[in-house]
Design a protein around this ligand. Structure first.
Ligand code: NAP
Length: 295
């Protein structure tokens, strides 16, 4: 039987509706309007489209939002000064610097300059550390989106064997850290695979929940998946162009074959992708509440 589709578009929409109610209450009862600035350096087409989508969603939700476009040859010092200004701006609760930055800019220095209380991407080491010790203010957006998809699709996480393919700082490591926490909807046994894993299929075949963030089309094929597993495909690979010039996207999982074996699976597009932006909005609302001393 074909796997149930875990539709990120629908789950993201449900969370946005919840956020709209929360934002209306914040405005009416506490005179707080969540504020988000997205800083874009240069004109990389993928970055432009990500930032446009983030701005569009923040406006739909009624945020105070600023799109700050900077020249690709901006210096480290000017960018750091800009971040310092937003760190002090009481109307701005979330600061997002769109990655990747041009090569001449020290990305680490820039991310570390963001006030951790406004770090809605949760990439600052303070927020990474807080997640690891189980006291997060913010969860990083893509892993949080994956977690919500698992919870809201009714997946049994506690006690499950979870295998994560990929160990990046933005997906693999944090989703492993979240699911291993001593918490309801977590408490999983987590294995993390990477390019030096000796026998990846040995691990993936044991997974009740398989999360794939490798950045390689068909990194996971049907023979690597246990019958009845829940499969979360994080990958976004541009594998071609339509005659109209639109990118054709594929995940990291051989969807056609794996959906015949899994009990549930996320599609690409329409799976994890829509969740990431929604979790950014959720973090900005949380940042506004933190600034107002409400949490
Ligand atoms: P990344 O930084 O390139 O990391 C990829 C990880 O996968 C690395 O740890 C790498 O191992 C591992 N890996 C690569 N090929 C492998 C293979 N054949 N077998 C086992 N492990 C393998 O990528 P990322 O930033 O985590 O992103 C992963 C994918 O998710 C990309 O397609 C990206 O576009 C997508 N993504 C989607 C969203 C979303 O919102 N939907 C958000 C973020 C990322 P090593 O460490 O050994 O090199």
């Amino acid at each position: 039987m074909a796997a149930k589709l875990i539709k990120g578009t629908e789950v993201a929409q449900a969370i946005r509706e919840e956020l709209k109610k929360e934002i209306a209450e914040l405005k009416a009862k506490h005179q707080v309007t969540p504020g988000l600035v997205t800083i874009l350096v240069g004109e990389d087409p993928a970055s432009v489209s990500y930032v446009t989508a983030k701005q569009r969603t923040s406006k739909e939700l009624g945020f105070y939002s600023i799109q700050d476009n900077q020249s690709p040859d901006i210096s480290d010092d000017t960018l750091l000064a800009l971040i310092a200004t937003y760190n002090k701006d009481p109307k701005i609760h979330g600061i997002l610097v769109q990655l990747p930055l041009p090569k001449h800019i020290d990305e680490t220095k820039v991310l570390y300059a963001i006030d951790p209380k406004k770090d809605v991407d949760a990439f600052h080491p303070v927020n990474v550390g807080k997640l690891l010790i189980g006291e997060p203010d913010f969860l990083p957006c893509t892993p949080h989106g994956i977690w919500q998809l698992l919870i809201r699709s009714g997946t049994q996480i506690e006690g499950a064997e979870v295998v994560v393919v990929g160990r990046s700082n933005i997906v693999g490591k944090p989703i492993a850290a979240i699911l291993m926490q001593k918490l309801p909807h977590a408490n999983a046994t987590v294995t993390v695979c990477h390019t030096k894993t000796r026998d990846m299929a040995f691990h993936t075949k044991r997974a009740d929940i398989l999360i794939v963030a490798a950045g390689r089309p068909k990194a996971v094929t049907a023979d690597m998946v246990k019958e009845g597993a829940v499969v979360i495909d994080v990958g976004v690979n541009r594998i071609g162009m339509t005659p109209e010039g639109k990118a054709i996207l594929a995940g990291d999982v051989d969807f056609e074959a794996v959906q015949k074996k899994a009990s549930a699976i996320t599609p690409v597009p329409g799976g994890v992708g829509p969740m990431t932006i929604t979790m950014l909005m959720l973090n900005t609302v949380k940042a506004a509440k933190l600034a107002a001393g409400m949490v």
